[in-house]
Design a protein around this ligand. Structure first.
Ligand code: ZN
Length: 160
């Protein structure tokens, strides 16, 4: 495994649509393993392949119960609403208030190509929406109600 560099906002790669994964081979597994290590090191909740410069529909989410590997994910159900704070590893130090569904059901492939399904609420639902958006070249900042001010960010840091 190896750490990969996280691409920052402003890099055109983050605005592109990713291609589906067709080959579930060693190269894919290497990418996934590297992304898991990179996410762990970053302390974030999710990481999408374009954030490490790879234009494939792959992302990793870990809301504290271990990493889940999403390949070619699609949201098949979304219900409810939550207004939450959100940030992104590609936009360090920036946070916004955003509306996300409270509950999301997704279908995806695992690393062997098997079709899987998962449901999640709250942070997990939020993370699925955020990471899957990356695969379509969408950053959370284009969907926020508003970004947090310097003062709000300072208060947030003091609470930590
Ligand atoms: Zn992000």
């Amino acid at each position: 495994m190896a750490l990969r560099n996280i691409v920052k906002e402003g890099d055109p790669i983050l605005a592109k649509k990713c291609r589906p994964v067709e080959k579930f081979d060693k190269k894919l597994w290497q990418l996934i393993d590297d992304m898991i290590e990179t996410l762990e090191e970053s302390g974030g909740v999710g990481l999408a392949a374009p954030q490490v410069g790879v234009m494939r529909r792959v992302c990793i989410i870990n809301v504290g119960d271990g990493p889940i590997e999403f390949i070619n994910p699609v949201i098949v159900e979304a219900d409810g609403e939550q207004e939450v704070q959100e940030g992104c590893l590609s936009c360090p130090g920036e946070f916004g208030i955003i509306k996300r569904p409270m509950h999301v059901k997704a279908q995806f492939n695992d690393r062997d190509g098997n079709l899987c399904e998962v449901e999640g609420d709250e942070l997990f639902a939020q993370a699925m929406c955020h990471e899957f958006d990356h695969l379509d070249g969408i950053l959370f900042k284009s969907k926020v109600e508003r970004m947090l001010s310097e003062e709000e960010l300072r208060e947030m840091r003091e609470e930590d």
